[in-house]
Write a protein that binds this ligand. Sequence first.
Ligand code: 5GP
Length: 169
Amino acid sequence: MIEIYISQEQIREKVVELGKKISEDYQGKEILMIVLLKGSFVFAADLARAVDGDVRLDFMKVSSYEGENSTGEVRILKDLDEKINGRHVLVIEDIIDTGLTLTKIMDVLKGRNPASLEICTFLNKPSRRLKEVDVKYSGFEIEDKFVIGYGLDYDQKYRQLPYIGEVVS
Ligand code: 5GP
């Protein structure tokens, strides 16, 4: 059984709020949103439409982190189509858990010399953090629980759910 944890209405309000902040902060600048596949695609689709400005989109897929070993590497499975040097890059993430994956991705992106580089995550589990990440925009801080829906999966299932849910037995 799935219990609703964050409703569609709460999501809608939060996305509008984030979209407003981003629109103000990037006034007059082109924003290159980098969408981390697969989980972030639903949030990114809503967020991009909530931003009033010059938004460009590109997509990246990395292998998810295995284990909690901070010396491990993430593998780029699909790289960006766009060059990011000199551009204002906003990385769109579904959820930050240990922070290990994003830390690695940020290192790769920093090395490509963007004009600015920020993170917007829909969900954040600060209690699980192993690597500090500097998150500029964050939707909801949640407890240490496994959630699904709104792009997030359990074994590739449930990504299409319009809310954030929790699988309960
Ligand atoms: P980390 O921050 O630990 O390196 O990894 C973040 C990634 O782990 C997310 O992008 C997501 O794919 C996955 N993840 C972390 N917590 C959850 C969760 O509660 N539900 C789901 N479906 N995926 C999660």
